[in-house]
Design a protein around this ligand. Structure first.
Ligand code: BES
Ligand code: MN
Ligand code: ZN
Length: 491
C-alpha cells in the first residue's frame, strides 16, 4: 500500500470513479463541517463512531459526486485509543480493498489527533490491506484487489516522521506474514534463509548461517534429531542488528522455525495438518522484528535466531524412545517426536548463550496446542524467570494489541520431565502441557540468565479477520518485540 502525504490545499487526483474521502470520527461527534444530509444518514444507520465502525454516503461537492466515508475511532480519551485508531484505519482498507477503487483520500482533520495517533490510523490501514495473491490466477474482477493508494491530508504536524518509523514496523509485519503464509514446499529451512538473504541485503543486518555439519560439530543432537527424518537439511540462522546501546551484551530473540510439522513418527492426524506450515511462526516473527528494527535504525543491539527444521517421518526419522544428546550435554529421551519444537529451541538456546552472552533472551514458538485450549486467540502465553522482563513484554503487548498472559512455572511441573533412562523426557504428563514445555526449555537456561518464553500457537494464524489483519497470517510478535525494544532498550 502506497501511503502519501498531500501538501496542504491539494486534493488527490481521481481515477474516474467518484472521489472517496474518509474522515475519522470520535464517538458521538460527527464532523461539524459535514453536509447535513450525510449527518442524518449516518445517524439513521446508527453510526455512532464506535471503534472500527464505518458509514458511507454520497454527496455532491462543487458539482462532483464525492463518496464520503466515516470511520469510527471511539472515545477520544479511551485507554486503548491508539488501538481504536488502528481499527478506524483498518476499516477503511477492509471496505475498499477490492471495491473497485484504486485510491482514497484520508482527511485527518477533525478529532484532536496527535502525530502518534494519526500514524496509528495509517498503520491500521496499511496492515489491514496486506494480502497474498501470489498463487491466485483465476480471480474474478470483483475479487481482485484494487486499493493501492491512500493520500493523507490534514495530518497533525510531525505525522510524517512518526509514520516513517511505523512504516518500518509494517514492513516487518508484512515480511512475517509472507513467511508464515508460504506453503512448506516453497518455504523450508534453506529457502527461509535465502529469503532472508535477499530481504536483509543492504539493511545493515549481519547474517550467520549454520548448516548441518556445523551443527553436528557443535553437538546439536536435539535439533538434528528432529531434522533427520526430512530430506530438507536444517539451518540455524542468526540475524544481528547493532544500532548501539548496550553493545557488549545483546538482547537475543529466538524463534521456532519448524517449516512443517507432521509430528514425525508420532504422526499427527490428517485433519488440519495443513496448518502446520505455520509452525515456523516464531522464526517468522523474529525475522520480521529484525527487519523492523533495522528499517527504523533502532538504537539497540539485538540478535534474532531462527531454528529451522522440517519434522518428517521417513525411514531415517527418529523414533519414540530414542535418546539424543543436546549441545548443553544434557540427554533427552524423545517420548513423542511431535514435541519437536522444544528440541529445536533447546540447542538454539544453548548456542545463543555460548556465543552472545545475552543480557536477556526472549523465545517465540508455536509450541503447544494446549496454549490454544488455555488462552484461545486472545493472548499468547508468557513464561519467565524474570519479573521485570515479563512485565515489560506484557506492557508492550498491551500497547500493540499483541497481548500476553503470564502462566506459572515451578518445581512440581519440572518433575514431570524426569526420565528413567536419560536426563529428561521431552514431554510431561497429560495436564499442563504448555507449562511442562516451558519447564523443558528452562532446563537449558544458564543460572542468572534472564529469559522469557512466548507460546504463540494461538495467535500466529487467524481463522477470521481481526483488528488489523484478514484471516490467515497475523504477523503476531513483530510489533510486540519492536515495542519492547523501543520501551526497554531505547527508552
Ligand atoms: N506445533 C505443535 C503445536 C501446535 C499445535 C501449534 C496446534 C499450532 C497449532 C507442536 O509441535 C506439537 O505438536 N505439540 C504437541 C506437544 C505434545 C506432543 C506434548 C501438542 O501440543 O499436542
Ligand atoms: Mn509437533
Ligand atoms: Zn511443532
Amino acid at each position: 500500500m502506497d501511503i502519501r502525504f498531500l501538501e496542504a490545499g491539494t486534493e488527490a487526483a481521481g481515477d474516474g470513479a467518484p472521489m472517496v474521502v474518509a474522515r475519522i470520527v470520535d464517538q458521538d461527534a460527527l464532523p461539524a463541517d459535514l453536509e447535513p444530509v450525510l449527518g442524518e444518514a449516518a445517524r439513521a444507520s446508527r453510526f455512532t463512531g464506535k471503534p472500527g465502525q464505518l458509514f458511507e454516503g454520497f454527496v455532491t461537492r462543487d458539482g462532483a459526486v464525492v463518496r464520503v466515508v466515516l470511520l469510527g475511532a471511539g472515545e477520544s480519551d479511551a485507554k486503548d485509543r491508539d488501538l481504536a485508531l488502528e481499527k478506524a484505519g483498518a476499516a477503511l482498507s477492509a471496505r475498499f480493498l477490492a471495491a473497485g477503487v484504486e485510491g482514497v483520500q484520508l482527511d485527518l482533520r477533525g478529532p484532536a489527533l496527535s502525530a502518534e495517533g494519526a500514524a496509528r490510523v495509517l498503520l491500521g490501514a496499511r496492515l489491514r490491506a496486506w494480502r497474498m495473491d501470489a498463487y491466485r490466477t483465476t480471480q474474478k474482477p470483483e475479487q481482485k484487489r484494487t486499493l493501492m493508494r491512500i493520500a493523507v491530508s490534514g495530518a497533525p504536524a510531525g505525522t510524517e516522521a512518526v509514520w516513517q518509523r511505523e512504516a518500518a514496523v509494517a514492513e516487518g509485519v508484512e515480511f512475517t506474514r509472507e513467511l508464515v503464509t508460504e506453503p512448506a514446499n516453497i518455504l523450508f529451512p534453506e529457502s527461509f534463509v535465502a529469503r532472508c538473504e535477499a530481504r536483509f541485503a543492504g539493511t545493515g543486518v549481519a547474517m550467520r548461517v549454520l548448516d548441518e555439519p556445523a551443527m553436528r560439530e557443535l553437538g546439536m543432537g536435539a535439533l538434528l534429531g528432529v531434522a533427520q527424518g526430512s530430506v530438507r537439511p536444517p539451518r540455524l540462522l542468526a540475524l544481528e542488528w547493532n544500532g548501539g546501546g548496550d553493545a557488549a551484551r545483546p538482547t537475543v530473540f529466538i524463534g521456532k522455525g519448524v517449516t512443517f510439522d507432521t509430528g514425525g513418527i508420532s504422526l499427527k492426524p490428517p485433519a488440519g495438518m495443513e496448518d502446520m506450515k505455520w509452525d515456523m511462526g516464531g522464526a517468522g516473527a523474529v525475522a520480521g522484528a529484525m527487519l523492523a528494527l533495522a528499517g527504523r535504525k533502532a538504537k539497540a543491539h539485538v540478535v534474532g535466531i531462527c531454528g529451522l527444521v522440517e519434522n518428517m517421518p521417513d525411514g531415517n526419522a527418529q523414533r519414540p524412545g530414542d535418546v539424543v544428546t543436546s549441545m548443553s550435554g544434557q540427554t533427552i529421551e524423545v517420548i513423542n517426536t511431535d514435541a519437536e519444537g522444544r528440541l529445536v529451541l533447546c540447542d538454539a538456546l544453548t548456542w545463543a548463550q555460548r556465543v552472545w552472552s545475552p543480557a536477556r533472551i526472549v523465545d517465540l514458538a508455536t509450541l503447544t496446542g494446549a496454549i490454544i485450549a488455555t488462552l484461545a486467540m486472545e493472548y499468547a502465553g508468557i513464561f519467565s524467570n524474570d519479573d521485570p522482563l515479563a512485565d515489560a513484554l506484557a506492557s508492550a503487548g498491551e500497547a500493540t494489541g499483541e497481548k500476553l498472559w503470564r502462566l506459572p512455572m515451578g518445581a512440581a511441573y519440572d518433575k514431570q520431565l524426569d526420565s528413567g533412562i536419560a536426563d529428561m523426557k521431552n514431554v510431561g504428563g497429560r495436564y499442563g502441557g504448555s507449562i511442562t514445555a516451558a519447564q523443558f526449555l528452562q532446563r537449558f537456561i544458564d543460572k542468572g540468565q534472564a529469559w522469557a518464553h512466548l507460546d504463540i500457537a494461538g495467535t500466529v494464524w487467524a481463522d477470521k479477520p481481526g483488528a488489523t489483519w484478514d484471516k490467515g497470517a497475523t504477523g503476531y510478535g513483530v510489533r510486540l518485540l519492536d515495542r519492547f525494544v523501543r520501551d526497554t532498550l531505547e527508552g
